[in-house]
Design a protein around this ligand. Structure first.
Ligand SMILES: Cc1cc2nc3c(=O)[nH]c(=O)nc-3n(C[C@H](O)[C@H](O)[C@H](O)COP(=O)(O)O)c2cc1C
Length: 260
């Protein structure tokens, strides 16, 4: 497989740098081809502006439509196009980052803001003019997996943990961006409580990450409900689907079997 590994950490000597190195090393040894976007090392510009889409600054910038127009005219900034070419060529995408303020570092958020623009990542109707998303899109047929390190311990990120459920914290990225774009989103690899780790803990995590990567082609994706599953009526979950569940987990087929 051709795997695009996107990482966001300012120092290669960090735990994240170590996991990146070990993860990529394993994939190459397993015969995969690995392309990288190490956003800090690249000096990635995370700020959306008129230049991103060759837009005339004298005219009000409506970001989404300016981006779509630039896409059609091949006027999108070169650094954005390069990332899109890497995405186009990838069979799988790894997104690796330390959790900062319950989300991804700003440099990675800005990668999404600039690269995943209208006309490229969304906003193109299907063959019958239908709205495309949640289970179908430009990443259809590709796999995606989050690799994240967290300072907080796992029990604080459980269903009733004070930080909130980690599935909920990752929902905007895993569901709102990756599944929305059609990717098969694999369960994330999460390393909790890492700020108290020893070198042995880091070695163990690298080994566990390599084990997860062994099954990157076969691991079952998170069973998010597709928009075409019949579970939604005009983009709203039918009242008879999972009536006992509240919160963001309603958008996953329940583990207890069956769609409902
Ligand atoms: C700006 C910043 C914000 C952070 N926010 C969180 C957070 O919201 N939740 C959490 O569990 N840890 C948080 N942490 C801890 C980091 O997740 C942790 O230090 C990191 O995963 C360690 O990986 P590294 O050694 O590769 O930097 C934060 C750290 C920083 C510097």
């Amino acid at each position: 497989m051709n795997i695009l590994w996107i990482s966001a950490h300012p120092d290669a000597r960090s735990l994240n740098g170590f996991l990146t190195e070990k993860g990529q090393q394993y994939l190459r040894e397993a015969g995969h081809s690995v392309t990288t976007s190490d956003l800090y090392a690249m000096g990635w510009n995370p700020v959306v502006d008129a230049d991103s889409y060759g837009h005339d600054e004298a005219v009000r910038l409506h970001v989404a439509t300016a981006a779509k127009a630039a896409h059609l005219e091949d006027a999108v900034a070169a650094d954005i196009r390069t990332e899109q070419q890497k995405l186009d060529e990838a069979d799988a995408i790894i997104l690796q980052f330390p959790l900062w303020w319950f989300g991804m570092p700003a440099i990675l958020k800005g990668w999404f803001d600039r690269v995943w623009h209208q006309g490229y990542a969304y906003g193109n109707p299907g063959p019958n003019g239908e709205w495309v998303g949640y289970g179908d899109g430009f990443l259809a047929g590709k796999r995606a997996m989050v690799v994240a390190t967290l300072g907080g311990p796992e029990f604080m990120y459980g269903e009733r943990g004070i930080h909130g459920s980690v599935d909920d914290l990752l929902f905007p990225l895993q569901h709102g961006a990756l599944f929305y774009a059609g990717a098969e989103v694999l369960p994330p690899f999460l390393a909790f409580g890492v700020d108290r780790w020893t070198a042995d803990d880091a070695d163990l995590a690298a080994q566990q990450l390599q084990e997860r990567l062994q099954t990157i082609t076969t691991t079952q994706a998170i069973p998010f409900r597709t928009q075409s599953s019949g579970d939604y009526d005009k983009f709203v979950l039918r009242s008879e689907v999972a009536p006992e569940i509240s919160g963001l987990s309603v958008h996953r087929v329940s583990d207890t079997g069956g769609r409902r």
